[in-house]
Design a protein around this ligand. Structure first.
Ligand code: FES
Ligand code: FES
Length: 164
């Protein structure tokens, strides 16, 4: 029996019907066609499915869509709403923080959630935050460099916004 849910996804209101067993990641990918959120393991280990739920990074394979009822969800698509890359996405591109790119949406979502909460997080805090996000390709060094560069970009963006 489908259950009605109402939530905000990437800033837009969404009304939908979901089965009680539908995972949030399935809902995002299959019903809303937001396929930037990846499924790597389905067992809450790899972090490829990380999205923001009311500003916090969560693994969307580890919760039901009905649990997001009333919440605000941001996916990787929501970070670049007008096609302009978020500073963290730019930084991953510039610092070669990706190879195949499969883990990248989850890495970017985990990193941006951390830096919104802790804008001055140091390299160790960044590594700690990304502990739940696995990458099969890069060896992580460039990912941490990218997050630090994205941190500077996010700070400059915030400074510019508060000066306006
Ligand atoms: S798909 Fe969710 S943690 Fe791997
Ligand atoms: S870039 Fe390939 S899994 Fe991370």
């Amino acid at each position: 029996m489908a259950i009605p849910i109402r939530l905000t996804v990437n800033g837009k209101p969404v009304d939908a019907q979901v089965e009680p067993h539908t995972l949030l990641v399935q809902f995002l990918r299959e019903q809303l066609h937001l396929t930037g959120t990846h499924v790597g393991c389905d067992t809450a280990q790899c972090g490829a499915c990380t999205v923001h739920l009311d500003g916090r990074a969560v693994k969307s394979c580890n919760m039901l869509a009905v649990q997001a009822d009333g919440a605000s969800v941001t996916t990787i698509e929501g970070l670049a709403p007008n096609g302009q890359l978020h500073p963290m996405q730019e930084a991953f591109r510039e610092c070669h923080g990706l190879q195949c790119g499969f883990c990248t949406p989850g890495m970017v979502m985990a990193a941006t959630a951390l830096l919104k909460e802790r804008p001055n997080a140091d390299a160790q805090a960044i590594r700690d935050q990304l502990e739940g996000n696995l990458c099969r390709c890069t060896g992580y060094h460039n990912i941490v460099r990218a997050v630090q560069q994205g941190q500077s970009g996010m700070r400059s963006g915030q400074a510019a916004a508060s000066a306006e």
